[in-house]
Design a protein around this ligand. Structure first.
Ligand SMILES: Nc1ncnc2c1ncn2[C@@H]1O[C@H](COP(=O)(O)OP(=O)(O)O)[C@@H](O)[C@H]1O
Ligand SMILES: [Mg+2]
Length: 249
């Protein structure tokens, strides 16, 4: 997935670089072509300066470089977690992620996770399955952070803020559900939540990578399924299904 982002990104960055080069007085060719068009390069540059167009170009390359940096982090992330999988019970992973969310300082600045009522509905006979524990905790923590951010916006019907975590077996899968009573999502948002860089949050609070990286971890690294159910004003439920795999193939 990171490569699919890198290709259009390099077209953007090279395009901006090319445009800047063809506006530069350092190249004789630019001066000549401008004259052929009945203008002189200094006048063209003065116009672009005055209308802030050169600043727009700076903005595009800065944003492009920032996105490239995020992609690079993403690649490191998936390489680092190539580690072998081991047998785990998903309820243990959910519990560990709750602890991580409760001690997450950045999250607390926005809304204190500890103010949210947590309900656990775990099947007591959950089997252990093969998982990459670090990756799975990352996914669950992401979902809990998002739920907390959403709850910070508002809880629907003035209910007490709450998150329900469920874990059960469902045919050939272990099924995890995480439900919040935040404001939910519009159809437009719901359709795009797993897209890389899609975010509705302010700069600095959201990168739009939490759910796209999580989607990659669940579907590609764990051969599972990941989907969301949500309506505007009705809260949000994420559903993860992981194959009941118990031994290394
Ligand atoms: N529990 C939720 N309730 C409402 N909206 C959500 C929830 N979880 C995710 N979203 C929406 O999905 C978007 C993408 O989430 P994510 O990929 O984690 O990126 P980020 O959190 O950086 O914005 C969020 O910006 C938000 O609009
Ligand atoms: Mg997020």
């Amino acid at each position: 997935m990171a490569h699919e982002i890198n290709n259009p990104l390099s077209v953007i960055l090279q395009g901006v670089q090319g445009a800047r080069r063809r506006l530069s007085p350092d190249f004789q060719k630019n001066i000549v072509v401008a004259q052929e068009c009945g203008a002189d390069l200094e006048t063209i540059r003065a116009y672009l300066e005055k209308r802030s167009i050169l600043r727009y170009l700076d903005g595009i390359s800065e944003a492009g470089l920032r996105a490239a940096k995020i992609v690079e982090n993403m690649l490191n992330f998936s390489r680092r977690n190539d580690a072998a999988r081991a047998l785990h019970r998903v309820s243990d992973i959910l519990e560990e992620s709750i602890k991580l969310a409760a001690s997450d300082y950045d999250l607390k600045k926005k809304y204190d996770f500890k103010k949210i009522s947590i309900t656990r509905e775990y099947d007591p006979h959950l089997p252990e399955i093969l998982l990459n524990r670090t990756e799975m905790e990352q996914v669950i923590l992401n979902i809990l952070q998002n739920a907390t951010h959403a709850i910070a916006e508002e809880t629907h019907a003035k209910q007490r803020p709450r998150i329900i975590l469920r874990a059960s077996t469902d045919g050939e899968f272990v099924r995890i559900e995480i439900e919040d009573n935040g404001p939910g999502m519009t159809r437009e948002v719901r359709k795009r939540v797993f897209e890389p860089f899609f975010t509705t949050k302010d700069v600095g609070l959201g990168t739009g990578l939490g759910l796209s990286v999580s989607y990659f971890i669940i579907t590609s690294n764990h051969k599972g399924e990941f989907r969301v159910e949500s309506e505007s004003g009705e809260g949000t439920k994420f559903v993860i299904q992981l194959p009941l795999e118990r031994s290394v193939p």
